[in-house]
Design a protein around this ligand. Structure first.
Ligand code: G4P
Length: 532
């Protein structure tokens, strides 16, 4: 197959949702369609149940599962589909944000009863920042939920994106009869069925077709006609190019658990979603068609086997062809590496691959050479931009509880933060280590892993910081002065950038007032957001 065809046939995306909206269920149904799994129940949810927050073995088990299901590839309709899994638990939100840098589009699931939830908003913020094309799937239509128009309004208002329904539900919950596919002009009749993947489809070109009344009844027909008139009056026609620019999100309705609306979603996805896209780098934009191989690491996972300290680095290929046993340049280390056992992920199986193409995600065995955001290239050296760090929300100082094991502690915390489990800020004097996370659960994970994987014991002492702010300025003397004046609140991040640890919103505001030439950012990705 020609190289360009290899690119064109790939679709790399993530399914994102607030926990419990149906991400695991939808993923599983998609894999069933693709024949990647044969039975329902094969995909385990990688969410950490609320009751298990202090159950460390559970965390370990969950980590294992999420390695196995991190990337799920399958073939459907002549396309090679790569689904990147994202953790459901909000304490692992940063992992999700990073994964979103490796996809070309997303499917966002909304529970029809709950509408937009906290995590939905946060995830969508990241998609908006990156202009990622989004398709919305309103799930659980077999249950009583909210009015569809109200839901669409809420999506537009809270997620700050225009929407365009491409299918429309007939009834909801106990009165749910099916979905009218506006895009294909077909009526899909609902039959609750958790194991079969077929639905009854009737072609209805014209809403005045007498067949419609016969099938769904007079009242529902009148209602459907009226609602569709409203839909077509209120929403602009679907414009694929606006979707690809991330300006409008097409909306589908269905019930993942019942396999309903899933096939339509998948087929529309294949028709409109983008093929692998290029990425911005330190030397400009790199297109996937570029002959030289390039890719970046967006996730690192420690191997579960305690006897083998190696880790898996997940690399998204951006351009060129990756080949096994070929030397590539590791830009940050300026060193060449080759990979004898690169793996691909087909559902739960990992297998060694000889080559891979743009859009693919491969696993590279790593003995500690990779950090999140690292670039591998062939030809000219450059690095990819835009694996953001967000300001953590909880800060703790790391305290060594076993002075005999300080080396192990140092190594462990470095490696775990390289993996992106948490962010590390180092304060002088004394090399004090402040660990920042988005959730409490990560501290438990770090403590457990430091002890079990590195033999080090630690404690965490809470620090009352409000935000970590990265800083930029054109007025270097002012920044130097600020760093001197606030030295007790200044730390270094992993890349050697100064970070201001603001104790309260008020103190941050004061700093902004007193040092007007400094811009304070809540993410390390200055180019993308310009928050202050
Ligand atoms: P998540 O990965 O987004 O967290 O959600 P998940 O797929 O695990 O789904 C959360 C719950 O919602 C599950 O029920 C699942 O069965 C249910 N669900 C998913 N899709 C639908 C749907 O279309 N209709 C209805 N009625 N329910 C749906 P659970 O009781 O938490 O788990 P389980 O015991 O069913 O596994």
């Amino acid at each position: 197959m020609k190289y360009n065809d290899q690119i064109e046939k790939r679709r790399t995306f993530a399914i994102i949702s607030h926990p419990d909206a149906g991400k695991t269920t939808l993923t599983e149904k998609l894999l069933l369609f693709g024949g990647a799994i044969q039975t329902a129940g094969a995909v385990k949810s990688n969410k950490i149940k609320k009751t298990a927050t202090s159950d460390f073995m559970e965390i370990e088990k969950q980590r294992g599962i999420s390695v196995a299901t991190s990337v799920m590839a399958f073939q459907y309709g002549g396309k090679q589909i790569n689904i990147l899994d994202t953790p459901g638990h909000k304490d692992f939100a940063e992992d999700t944000y990073r994964t979103l840098t490796a996809v070309d589009s997303v499917i966002l699931i909304i529970d029809c009863a709950n509408g937009v939830e906290e995590q939905t908003e946060r995830l969508m913020e990241v998609c908006r920042m990156r202009k990622t094309p989004v398709i919305i799937f309103i799930n659980k239509m077999d249950r009583e939920g909210r009015d569809s128009f109200d839901l669409l309004d809420e999506l537009e208002n809270m997620l700050k994106i225009k929407v365009r329904p491409l299918s429309w539900p007939i009834g909801i919950g106990s009165t749910f009869q099916g979905v009218y596919d506006i895009y294909k002009k077909e009526l899909n009749l609902f039959a609750a069925n958790k194991t079969k993947i077929s639905t009854d489809v009737v072609k209805i070109e014209n809403l005045n077709d007498p067949q419609l009344v016969k099938i769904i009844g007079e009242d529902s027909t009148a209602e459907l006609q009226e609602e569709l008139d409203l839909v077509n009056g209120v929403y602009d026609d679907f414009d694929k190019s606006e979707y690809l620019k991330g300006n409008v999100a097409p909306v589908f309705f269905g019930s993942a658990i019942n396999n309903f609306g899933v096939k339509e979603l998948l087929e529309a996805f294949l028709e409109i979603s983008p093929s692998p896209q290029g990425r911005e780098t330190s030397i400009g934009f790199i297109e996937p068609q570029n002959d030289n191989f390039s890719g970046f690491v967006f996730k690192i996972h420690a191997n579960l086997d305690p006897n083998h300290r190696d880790r898996i680095a997940f690399l998204r290929i951006v351009s060129g062809k990756f080949e096994r046993n070929t030397f590539y340049n590791h830009t940050r280390l300026d060193k060449k590496f080759k990979f004898p056992n690169p793996t691909s992920f087909m559902a739960q199986d990992k297998s060694v691959i000889d080559e891979a193409f743009p859009g693919d995600v491969i696993g590279l065995y790593d003995t500690g050479n990779f950090k999140i955001g690292d670039t591998l290239t062939e030809g000219p050296s450059f690095s990819f931009k835009g694996i953001p760090s967000f300001s953590p929300e909880i800060f703790m100082e790391l305290e060594n509880k076993d002075p005999m094991k300080s080396k192990q502690l140092e190594k462990g915390i470095q490696q775990l933060t390289d993996e992106g489990v948490a962010q590390l800020f180092v304060q002088q004097p004394g090399n004090r280590k402040i660990v920042g996370t988005v959730g409490q659960l990560q501290f438990e994970v770090i403590k457990y892993r430091l002890e079990h994987e590195y033999g080090a014991k630690c404690d965490f002492v809470p620090k009352r910081y409000h935000k970590a702010c990265w800083m930029t300025t054109d007025n270097k003397p002012q920044l130097d002065q600020f760093v001197r004046a606030k030295s007790t609140y200044i730390a270094m991040d992993k890349d050697g950038n100064h970070v201001f640890l603001a104790e309260t919103p008020f103190l941050l505001q004061m700093a902004q007032q007193d040092y007007p030439d400094i811009t304070f950012h809540f993410t390390s990705d200055f180019k993308v957001t310009q928050e202050s």
